[in-house]
Design a protein around this ligand. Structure first.
Ligand SMILES: Nc1ncnc2c1ncn2[C@@H]1O[C@H](COP(=O)(O)OP(=O)(O)OP(=O)(O)O)[C@@H](O)[C@H]1O
Length: 612
């Protein structure tokens, strides 16, 4: 799992998609920026003027002049500066939230568009860390960057300028005393940057490990592996904590380096300034004002230093966002000619035009391997007619799901020719292929949402209630759904969940409701009992009446009536034909049937009913 790999050079339209927080800030509104700038300036002016006004008050006290006006000026400077600072801070915070919100939206959109393979490689938890830890880092940097950092820099420059005007000799003493502190701070910053980078990468990896383990929580509990898993996760969390401690060690030296510089400067200024007051080269009010400026100077320096560390964290988080954006989306591999405008193309525009006499799907000399691995499919040839059930059978690992992945375009880089309703599949947009395909995957995935939302997934208009009821009855789920708290509007996946077989039947109902002319079913009967397997057979027969159904099946019983059965053996088509033909022609098929018959016999001997 890494974010560091770049998109392939060959990928059309790939874009590293840089994230520019400054540009985002400007895009948020120039008036907003000007307002923040003016308010920031107001706050700086108030802060800078305050010690000067203190000097004026002391002068007035010494001269026995009225104190009301200088006191009022002081209150105005203090209050005005504070109010301006507060409003500017709010405006920056608000802008920061919006920028981070947009960035989160962008990373979610990009993640959804990425290839399944890249999502797995990057890690779901690591992607999710962009929405939490990395977003917080960027927000913190935005809070500091446009206001606190320039404000402290301005206050510092202003303070130093005024100190120079007051007495340049004392300013030189001050700068000399601070110089060593700044060199130390520079070294500490470089070391912190490396530590922050490692820390943020490790947070992403820990999140991903945790998410992966929690997804397998039932197996972990069943095998009483909680302590083993916890040990592994805790080891990672401890390593993360060690990294954090190491960063804190460096951070803890930053402020002392500044205050040490200030204390040395204070001694230097006290001695140097005192000598100059005694010699008459410096008057007392100027001396006091200089000392006040020196004391005030440490605030902006500390703010600037801590601001820079936060900005470093934000820049590293920004880099992690950029790493995700640099991963290609499916569109980079297969641009969508249909998706010209900002709106998704209309469903009607995505209807595939079927070439005359064409099959739903045709594989001709297709070979494929995952990444640089050994080929999984080799010279595969078969046709799926536009009507009827075509079954794919074969031993586990023979490449059945990979064939469905190639049709669904989850896997894109095959050799040979795949045609989809007579069109070379590469010539069709991903949307067009998927709009014309209904898919029930091996894990019969349901999305987080209500039963109704799951059944309507991907549709522009909702299926009428009567049709929903009809299909739920077909798959034998009508009573189950009616018994749920809110019926069709019950959220599934949270506190209310369905059994494996029920989920499987709901996924099947979704495929039936879709009017896609091609239906791909990946072992849809794996969790079904005899009664529901029979229902599945009826549903498939119904779908196959006017659509192409390509079904991967382990149980021969579910596909023995198929119009065509394709036998796959180690990535190659070993035979194809009807059940009866294959029983006579294909030793591989006969072996599959014999093994299942033996299994069935041993199960029936134990008193279980297994239909065939
Ligand atoms: N994402 C992947 N990366 C690398 N190799 C993979 C990936 N998915 C599958 N494979 C490999 O490809 C081969 C075919 O896998 P596939 O899932 O297509 O087989 P299958 O016939 O559907 O198996 P099963 O019946 O067990 O589901 C297997 O050797 C598998 O290890």
């Amino acid at each position: 799992m890494t974010s560091s790999h770049a998109s392939p050079a060959s990928v059309e339209g790939s874009d590293p998609a840089k994230v520019s927080i400054v540009r985002e800030f400007i895009n948020h509104g120039r008036l907003n920026m000007v307002l923040i700038g003016l308010l920031g300036l107001g706050s700086v002016t108030g802060t800078l003027a305050f010690p000067y006004l203190v000097g004026k008050l002391i002068e007035a006290i010494q001269a026995g002049a009225p104190l009301l006006l200088p006191s009022l000026w002081m209150v105005l400077a203090g209050l005005g500066g504070a109010v301006a600072g507060a409003i500017a801070t709010f405006l920056v915070g608000r802008t920061g939230e919006r920028i981070v919100g947009r960035l989160r939206g962008r990373v979610m959109a990009h993640s959804l568009g990425m290839r399944v393979r890249d999502i797995k490689e990057e890690g779901v938890g690591n992607l999710a860390a962009r929405l939490s830890a990395d977003s917080f880092q960027i927000k913190a940097a935005i809070d500091i960057g446009p206001l606190q950092l320039p404000t402290s820099a301005l206050i510092l420059v202003g303070t130093l300028t005024i100190m120079g005007i007051l007495d340049w000799v004392l300013l030189l003493i001050t700068l000399a005393c601070f110089a060593a502190a700044f060199v130390v701070i520079g070294f500490l910053m470089v070391s912190l940057r490396k530590k922050y980078k490692e820390l943020q990468d490790q947070i992403g990896i820990l999140s991903d490990n945790f998410v992966s383990q929690m997804q397998a929580v039932a197996a972990i509990k069943a095998y009483r592996a909680e302590s083993l898993v916890l040990r592994r996760l805790t080891a990672r969390a401890d390593a993360l904590a060690d990294l954090g401690v190491s960063a804190s060690r460096v951070e803890s030296m930053l402020v002392p380096a500044v205050t040490l510089g200030q204390q040395i400067a204070l001694v230097g200024v006290l001695v140097g300034g005192g000598t100059r007051v005694i010699s008459g080269d410096l008057d007392l009010p100027t001396y006091i004002a200089f000392l006040l400026y020196l004391l005030q100077m440490v605030g902006p320096v500390v703010m600037a230093v801590s601001g820079l560390t936060t900005i470093q964290g934000g820049m590293i988080a920004r880099g992690r966002f950029e790493n995700v954006f640099a991963l290609p989306t499916e569109k980079a591999f297969k641009p969508e000619p249909d998706a010209g405008g900002p709106e998704a193309p209309q469903q009607d525009a995505l209807r595939v035009r079927q070439e005359e006499k064409a099959c739903a799907v045709s594989f001709s000399g297709v070979s494929f391997g995952y990444g640089d691995g050994a080929p999984v499919l080799q010279d595969v040839n078969f046709d799926v007619p536009t009507r009827g059930l075509t079954a794919l059978v074969g031993l586990s690992g023979s490449g059945k799901t990979t064939i469905l992945d190639l049709i669904e375009r989850f896997a894109l880089d095959h050799s040979g020719a795949i045609t989809f309703f007579g069109h070379p599949i590469e010539d069709l947009s991903l949307s067009k292929v998927r709009q014309n395909t209904a898919y029930v995957d091996q894990s019969f995935t349901l999305v987080h949402g209500t039963v109704r939302e799951n059944l309507n997934l991907g549709r522009e208009s909702e299926v009428p209630e009567r049709r929903l009821a009809e299909v739920l009855q077909m798959v034998g789920l009508d009573e189950t759904i009616a018994a749920l708290g809110d019926g069709l509007d019950t959220e599934i996946g949270g506190s209310t969940d369905l059994s494996g077989g029920q989920r499987q039947r709901l996924a099947l109902a979704r495929a039936i409701l879709s009017d896609a002319p091609l239906v791909l079913l990946d072992e849809p009967s794996s969790q079904l009992d005899g009664v529901n397997e029979e229902k599945l057979r009826l549903c498939v027969r119904e779908m196959a009446r006017d659509r192409a159904v390509l079904m991967v099946a382990h149980r021969i019983s579910t596909v023995q009536h198929a119009s065509k059965i394709i036998v796959l053996d180690r990535g190659q088509v070993a035979a194809e034909g009807t059940h009866e033909e294959l029983l006579h022609q294909s030793p591989a098929y006969t072996l599959l049937v014999t093994e299942q018959t033996l299994n069935r016999k041993s199960e029936t001997d134990e008193g279980q009913l297994v239909p065939l």
